[in-house]
Design a protein around this ligand. Structure first.
Ligand SMILES: [Zn+2]
Length: 253
């Protein structure tokens, strides 16, 4: 296999078939796994990437099999806009904005959901779930809508009605929890494990960041292989910063 999973705490390396989500030694809280690739044997060249192709153009450096299911929706390949006037006003050489609002559910998280859904198919699950109050929930519900997967979303009952309605429109099964987001998260993990559903919870599923890294790769491709000096990212859980920095380094070197 072209990749393995490495625990970010103890450094143990696992074959992907031997572990599902987190390091068994370090547990759910500390044992987040990251995907590491055998770059020596993966041959990629700059010429094979195009500026507005979807995320699957990076398949050789994604943890997916060659013939596995991919969403028919166009995820990634989003515009990178230049703002010369604003750059001048701010006194900087160049200002670019990566606009991920053109993803199917208008969220950067579609990149992660797309990879999670592919993994659910590869692993032959029939149901996928996550706990979320916002974008991750609508992203997972939207991307799994055209698939055969059943989707369960756990969220605090106090979540705004607009967010919940979006999930119903996409056909997800919504489980409101009378408690905080953290409680919804813990309950989702417990029920998901009991039922044998595939988990798309951040910091648990090791493949989400691999989807998220495609944004970094696209910025490099679209900016003619020039990596920005600074990157400003609005964050929820902040995880995507990990792959922005790491994958810029790997890809450009
Ligand atoms: Zn560990």
């Amino acid at each position: 296999m072209k990749y393995k999973l490495r625990c970010i705490t103890c450094g143990r390396i696992y074959e992907p078939d031997d572990v599902e989500y987190t390091c068994p030694k370090c547990g759910d809280r500390l044992g987040t796994l990251e995907v590491i690739y055998d770059y020596e044997n993966i041959k990629v060249s700059r010429e094979e990437f195009s500026k507005y192709e979807n995320i699957w153009q990076f398949e050789k450096i994604l943890p997916i099999e060659e013939n596995s299911y991919r969403t028919p929706l166009h995820v990634g390949g989003t515009p990178l806009y230049a703002f010369p006037q604003l750059a001048e006003e701010l006194g900087i050489k160049k200002l670019l904005i990566k606009y991920d609002g053109t993803n199917p559910t208008a969220s950067y998280k579609d990149r992660a959901s797309a990879v999670a859904i592919t993994k659910a198919y590869e692993k032959e699950y029939d149901t996928i779930y996550c706990a979320s109050t916002g974008n991750a929930a609508s992203s997972l519900s939207g991307l799994s809508a055209p698939t055969k997967l059943k989707t369960y979303i756990f969220l605090p009952a106090s979540a705004p009605i607009a967010k919940i309605s979006q999930l119903f429109i996409y056909g997800a099964k919504v489980i409101p929890i009378d408690g905080s987001y953290d409680e919804a998260f813990d309950i989702s993990m417990k029920i998901g494990e009991e039922k044998g559903w595939y988990c798309r919870n951040s910091a648990i599923n090791p493949y989400l960041l691999e989807g998220k890294k495609t944004g970094a790769l696209e910025i490099a491709v679209q900016n003619d292989w020039e990596v920005p000096d600074y990157l400003l990212v609005s964050v929820g859980d902040g995880q995507l910063l990990v792959h922005f920095t790491r994958d810029f380094m790997i890809f450009i070197n």
